[in-house]
Write a protein that binds this ligand. Structure first.
Ligand SMILES: CC(C)(COP(=O)(O)OP(=O)(O)OC[C@H]1O[C@@H](n2cnc3c(N)ncnc32)[C@H](O)[C@@H]1OP(=O)(O)O)[C@@H](O)C(=O)NCCC(=O)NCCS
Length: 170
């Protein structure tokens, strides 16, 4: 898949992206806002494992955020299962060197309609850690609505946080 946004290209991950992941994903300030599956430190083995998973035809959609041929971030759609199969989660991260330029806002705006086309979903959601106002702002700019606050739902690095649930209905 290849999606052109105003500021980047969203494209499939490739085995040649290992070095980009080491350069951009190995950052505790990124990992602090992600689920624990996003490692810190981010090693070569982690990068290889992620790219294997992202290119192995899983039900999830994993795309690289590509700037001038370099993968500087990731964005994904993760369909939920069982009685939640009408819902999917959206997740994303971007190299700190690129923050504040509207890149993830453009990426989400471009990916949302594709998510509703590609997956049989009626709901796209993101659970944001309560200490991540930038991510909440991005979702608001992209038409997501704040739906709920799940008190103490997150424990990250031993600290209890609320989860702020944002939702888009397509
Ligand atoms: C959150 C993240 C994805 C944002 O990406 P980005 O491309 O820098 O975002 P954008 O430039 O599109 O928009 C950022 C917005 O947040 C705002 N913002 C930044 N820091 C903020 C803060 N501390 N408080 C409030 N708003 C803030 C910016 O001003 C901007 O809004 P504006 O256009 O109205 O001025 C990026 O910082 C990141 O990867 N962070 C670490 C990983 C992460 O949080 N992933 C999401 C997990 S849910």
């Amino acid at each position: 898949m290849r999606i052109l946004t105003p500021s980047s290209t969203l494209r499939d991950w490739d085995v040649n992206d290992v070095m980009s992941l080491l350069n951009h994903a190995d950052n505790p300030r990124i990992a602090a806002s992600m689920r624990d599956a996003f490692p810190s430190p981010y090693t070569r083995d982690d990068a290889k494992r992620f790219i294997r998973m992202a290119t192995s035809g899983s039900p999830n959609l994993f795309l690289a955020i590509d700037l001038d041929g370099e993968a500087v971030g990731g964005i994904g759609i993760h369909p939920l299962e069982d009685v939640y199969h009408g819902s999917a989660e959206i997740g994303y991260w971007l190299s700190e060197s690129c923050w504040g330029q509207g890149i993830v806002t453009d990426a989400i705006r471009s990916l949302v309609p594709v998510a509703f086309e590609e997956f049989e979903i009626v709901r796209l959601q993101a659970g944001i850690f309560s200490n991540n106002p930038a991510s909440m702002r991005v979702l608001e700019k992209c038409g997501f609505r704040k739906e709920a606050v799940h008190k103490n739902a997150i424990t990250k690095h031993g600290i209890l946080l609320d989860e702020v649930m944002y939702v888009h209905f397509g």
